[in-house]
Ligand binder design. Structure first.
Ligand SMILES: Cc1cc2nc3c(=O)[nH]c(=O)nc-3n(C[C@H](O)[C@H](O)[C@H](O)COP(=O)(O)OP(=O)(O)OC[C@H]3O[C@@H](n4cnc5c(N)ncnc54)[C@H](O)[C@@H]3O)c2cc1C
Length: 404
C-alpha cells in the first residue's frame, strides 16, 4: 500500500492534537486522532491565549464558536500581594487587538476543548477515537503501526505524538534518560463563581500578585460568570499527572501568605488541584523518520508566560502546513518534520527562557523585589507590553489552506 493512502496518526486529542487535526483536515490530509482518555477533558481550570494563538483559532474557524464563552480582559493588573498596592496596569483589550490584529482571550479549558472538538466534527466530519491509548509505535515499510493498550492496531503514513508533558512516545525519539527536572514549584488551580471572588479579583482583568511566598494569578472565564485562580508556590516534592487534589485548608494558608491584602476566604471552600511544574532543557531531537512530537510532548514550558497551549496551537499549523506543502510519502514527511523542527526550535527556547525568568521575578523578595517594582513603574505598562511584540506578533508564514 502506498503511504499516501494511509492516514496520518495523531496520538493525543489535547489542545495541540485537536488544532493539528483541524489544520490537516483544512488541507485535505486524512487523519486518525487517537485519544487515551475515555471522554473529552472537562478539566476545571482556565487558560489565557494571546493574539499569537487567537489569530490561529480564527484561521482554524474555531474562534467564532469559542467567542461567546471567553472574556477579553481590559488589562493585566500587577500588584503586591502583601499590601494590595497596584504596581502597573498592562494594556490588553483594544490596545493589543489593534497592535496584533487579534484579541487576548481568557477562558475555561473545557470551552476551548469543546470549540476545537465541535469544529473538527462539524466542519470536517472527523471524530477523535476516545479510549485509544497508544502503547507502542513501530516503523513499517509503509509508514508506522501504532498499537493500543487493548491490542488494537492503527496503520498510518506517520505519527504525530501530541501526548503531552509525560509523552510516552517521546521515548522513541529522545533518550529515556534525558532529564525532565522538577522546577521546585507547583501550581494549584481552581475556578470559583464570580460572586464568591473578592472585589480585587472579580473585575474584567488578569490579576498577578507578587510575593516572595509564591504568586497568585486570576482572570474571568465562562463569559465572566466565574474566575479562574492559579497559585504558584515553592514545593519540595513533585508529583506527575493530571492534578492531584489539594486540601482547601492548605490552600487557604498559602493564599493567606501570598496575598494577605486580599480577602481570600474563598480558598477555604474552593476545590483545588495541584500540578507540579517541570523545567527541562530543549530536547536534542523532536522527530525521526516517521514520528514527530508536537506541543508539550516536544517542549514542555513553565506556565509563567501563559504560552504552553499557544505554542501547541502554533506548532499545529506550522507542522500541518509543512506536510501539506511536501506530501505524506515517507521522504517528504521526514523533510516536513525536519523543516518544522528547525522553524520552531528558537521560539520554543525563547518562550521557555522568558517564562523561567518571569517565574523568578514574580517571587523576588528584599531589595531585588524593590528594584523590580521601581523598574516596572518606571517603564510603564505600554512599554512593558510592547516588549512582548516578538511573542504576540508571531505569524504563521505557511500556507493558506483552501476553504472547504
Ligand atoms: C498551571 C498551568 C497553567 C497554564 N496556563 C496556560 C495558559 O494560561 N496559557 C497557555 O497557553 N498554556 C497554559 N498552560 C500550558 C498548557 O496547559 C499546555 O501547554 C497545553 O495543554 C499543551 O497541550 P498539548 O496538546 O501539547 O498537551 P495536553 O493538553 O497535555 O494533551 C495531551 C493529550 O494526549 C493524551 N494522551 C496522553 N498519552 C496518550 C497516549 N499514549 N495515547 C493517546 N493519547 C494520549 C492526553 O489524554 C491528552 O488529552 C498551563 C499549564 C499549567 C500546568
Amino acid at each position: 500500500m502506498s503511504t499516501e493512502a494511509l492516514p496520518l496518526l495523531i496520538a493525543g486529542a489535547g489542545i495541540g492534537g485537536l488544532a493539528f487535526a483541524i489544520r490537516c483536515r483544512q488541507h485535505g490530509i486524512a487523519v486518525r486522532l487517537l485519544e487515551g482518555r475515555d471522554a473529552p477533558t472537562t478539566d476545571g481550570a482556565g487558560i489565557q491565549l494571546g493574539p499569537n494563538a487567537t489569530r490561529i483559532l480564527q484561521d482554524l474557524s474555531v474562534a467564532e464558536a469559542l467567542a461567546p464563552h471567553v472574556c477579553t480582559p481590559d488589562a493585566i493588573i500587577v500588584g503586591l500581594g502583601a499590601t494590595g498596592r497596584v504596581l502597573q496596569r498592562l494594556p490588553l483589550s483594544d490596545w493589543i487587538r489593534e497592535r496584533h490584529d487579534a484579541p487576548y482571550w481568557v477562558m475555561h479549558r473545557a470551552d476551548l476543548h469543546s470549540a476545537l472538538l465541535d469544529t473538527l466534527r462539524t466542519d470536517h466530519n472527523t471524530h477523535p477515537e476516545f479510549g485509544w491509548r497508544v502503547a507502542t509505535a513501530e516503523p513499517r515499510a509503509s509508514g508506522v503501526s501504532a498499537t493500543s493498550e487493548d491490542g488494537d492496531i492503527a496503520a498510518g503514513c506517520g505519527l504525530i505524538a501530541a501526548d503531552g508533558l509525560w509523552s510516552h512516545l517521546r521515548k522513541r525519539i529522545v533518550r529515556a534518560d534525558h532529564p525532565i527536572p522538577y522546577s521546585g514549584k507547583a501550581a494549584a488551580r481552581t475556578v470559583i463563581a464570580r460572586d464568591a471572588a473578592p472585589e480585587q479579583m472579580a473585575g474584567n482583568h488578569v490579576g498577578v500578585w507578587f510575593s516572595p511566598h509564591g504568586h497568585l494569578v486570576h482572570y474571568p472565564v465562562q463569559a465572566g460568570r466565574a474566575v479562574a485562580v492559579v497559585a504558584v508556590t515553592p514545593r519540595e516534592a513533585s508529583t506527575r499527572g493530571w492534578g492531584e487534589e489539594q486540601s482547601a485548608a492548605a490552600m487557604a494558608r498559602d493564599l493567606g501568605r501570598i496575598a494577605p491584602a486580599l480577602d481570600t476566604a474563598f480558598a477555604r471552600t474552593a476545590h483545588w488541584r495541584m500540578w507540579s511544574l517541570f523545567d527541562p532543557e530543549p530536547f536534542p531531537r523532536v522527530h525521526d523518520a516517521r514520528i514527530c512530537l508536537l506541543g508539550d510532548a516536544a517542549h514542555p514550558v513553565l506556565p509563567f508566560l501563559a504560552q504552553g497551549g499557544g505554542l501547541a496551537i502554533e506548532d499545529a499549523v506550522v507542522l500541518a502546513d509543512q506536510i501539506a506543502q511536501r506530501g505524506t510519502a515517507l521522504k517528504d514527511l521526514e523533510a516536513a518534520f525536519a523543516a518544522y523542527a528547525s522553524a520552531r526550535a528558537a521560539r520554543w527556547a525563547r518562550v521557555q527562557a522568558t517564562s523561567r525568568r518571569n517565574g523568578q521575578i514574580y517571587q523576588l523578595g528584599g531589595p531585588m523585589a524593590l528594584a523590580r517594582d521601581l523598574t516596572l513603574q518606571a517603564i510603564g505598562g505600554r512599554k512593558v507590553m510592547a516588549g512582548y511584540d516578538w511573542l504576540y506578533g508571531w505569524r504563521n508564514a505557511g500556507l493558506t489552506p483552501a476553504r472547504p
